[in-house]
Each structure stands twice: as C-alpha cells, then as structure tokens.
Design a protein around this ligand. Sequence first.
Ligand code: FNR
Length: 350
Amino acid sequence: DETTARRKDAHLDLCATGDVEPAQNSTLLEHVHLIHCAMPELAADEVDLGTPFMGKALRAPLLVTGMTGGTERAGAVNRELALLAERHGLAFGVGSQRAMAEDASRTASYAVRDVAPTVALIGNIGLYQAIGLGVDGVRRLSDAIGADGMALHLNAGQELTQPEGDRDFRGGYRVVEELARAFGDRLLVKETGCGIGPDVARRLVELGVRNVDVSGLGGTSWVRVEQLRATGPQAQVGAEFSGWGIPTAAAIASVRKAVGPDVRLVASGGVRGGLDCAKVLALGADLAGMALPLFRAQQQGGLAAAEEALKVILTALRQALVLTGSRNVAELRQRPRVVSGALKDWLAAL
Ligand code: FNR
C-alpha cells in the first residue's frame, strides 16, 4: 500500500544524509591486522578475485546488498547500481520486494535485467512477509524480476523500534525450512545490521540454508533509522538499542567456525573500503557486502560517483592481496593475521 512506499522514501532520505551510522558502533575490523609482505613476488594483474555465487562467476567477491525498490526514486537507485555491478562483475541485490507484493504496478522499480542482463541478481523479502506470502508467493517475486537467488532478511531489532513494526517473531525457522527446500542453494538468509551469530547460523544450515550474509553491527543501523523516525518512548528505546548487535568481524569469524567451509558466507555491515573487504575475506567470508557507501555515492553523483567509489574499493582490495603476498582469497585466508582488543574477547565467547 501507499504507506509502505512512503516509508521507503523516508528511509532513503534518512540513509542519504542522516546520522545512520552511530559513531560509537564498530565492526571491530580495526582489531584485525593483515601482515605486510615486503617481497610479494607477484604482479598486481595476477591477483584473481573471481568467485562463484548463485550460479554466476563474479569477477570480484563483492555483493551490493539489497536496499530499495517500490518508488520511482528507488527504481533509479536499483538501475544505476545494478548497471555498475554488471560492468564490474559483482553481485547485486534489490531491496525488500514487499511493495511490489502489495502492488504489482511497482514491479518496474525492481526490474533491472534490461540494464544488467548477466549480473548475479538477488531478490529480497522479509522473513515475516514471507510467512504471509508462502513459498509460491516468494517464488513469484523472484521470477518477476528474473532473479538468480532470493534473500530473506531478518530485522527483529528494526521491527521492535518501528511503531508499526512486528512484535511476534514466532514461526521463523519453519518458514526458513520451507524456503530452503524450495530454493535450495539459491536462498540467502541475511540480517540487516545487527548480525547473525554462530548459534542461529548453525540452525539455519541444519535447515538447509547454504548462503548466509551475517550483516553485522558497525555500519548502517536500522534501529537508528527507526529511532530517527520515531517519537516519544519509542525513540528513547531506539536510542538505547542503536548500538545493539554482533560486530561484523566477530560475526563472520565465529559463523565460519560454526558452519564449516561449505556454506557461502557474505560479510556486510560497516564494510567501507577495500582493506575492510580483505579483512572480512581473511576472516572467512566468501564475499564482502556493502550497502550505504555505494548508495550515498549514487545519491550524491549518480552512476559516475558510485563507479569512482567502487574503483577505489576494488583497487584497495587488490592492493591488500598483493601486500600480503596472496594470489587469491584462498591464499589470503592462509596468511597469518593479528587479532587484538575487544575482537579477541568476542571470539573467546563465540
Ligand atoms: C538497506 N538494507 C536492507 N536490507 C534488506 O535485506 N532489505 C532492504 O530492503 C534493505 N533496505 C536498505 C536500504 C538502505 C538505503 C540501506 C543503506 C540498507 C540493509 C543492507 O542490505 C545491509 O544489510 C546493511 O545496511 C548493512 O550494510 P552497510 O549499509 O553498513 O554497508
């Protein structure tokens, strides 16, 4: 309905210019130190960043995580960032398809295949909307945009801070199990900035989930976004919880340890540069994920600005591999690294 679309545009405004990344929150990636190799013995061009994802061969291990759709403005964001992902061989996710589930005339704002015919394209729906839609409804959303995979997002923290949000979180695993059976390795379960920890990840994998985006604390806080929209007591509770979550570095390292080598893991949440990407890949991610930095660049300067931001990220990622003497991500993971400070405490507990 109208309110879903209006809320989406309010979210975009807040994310474009608001203080949605509380300064005290951290990914804890500052406590990961990759170790310099003074004699790399390789050429930058030799570094191979390619990786498979959702049946496609990516040229770089990067997912533009799902953000938007449902309005004209949102459609422009999707098309420009999908085109960027297509050009550079990244994966691209649209935002929650709830708006098009409610009103099919909004489908065009998620449709990017004409500008991104070969991109690894990921649809998106919230867990509790998926309960209402059922497997067939979710499949229709995926088919309508020609997606290669479907992301199911978890956002209990955001819902509780949203005045009109969900309050009943029962029955989630049952839906995940049904969707995993229907979508197989084309299902991705993701958080939205509060993180997936090892216990939840293990249970998801037991139910057949093969792709997880931990989307941890340290970047965009959806509790903060809702806090900025809320008033009165709701805003106060939101303020108290806008630093709630599992920091991205702690989430990715602990989830990799919990689920073993065969599950595809994405690390998003506060990943901001190529060196951050290298750190999450070293900690066990198969792909790094990013939302806010590319969205903001696009809002400020369109496709050209987003492309410039992406080139800096890809150059820095490649540089991190060269300077650790790694030809590819598998080699990067085998290099020693230093983990210090609070991240050590988190990893001791998880
Ligand atoms: C998001 N995110 C998000 N996630 C999701 O699964 N469905 C969605 O509709 C949205 N919408 C959305 C809009 C905007 C403007 C942003 C910035 C983000 C969450 C996103 O995919 C990601 O999990 C978090 O934002 C953490 O990554 P960053 O932003 O810290 O890089």
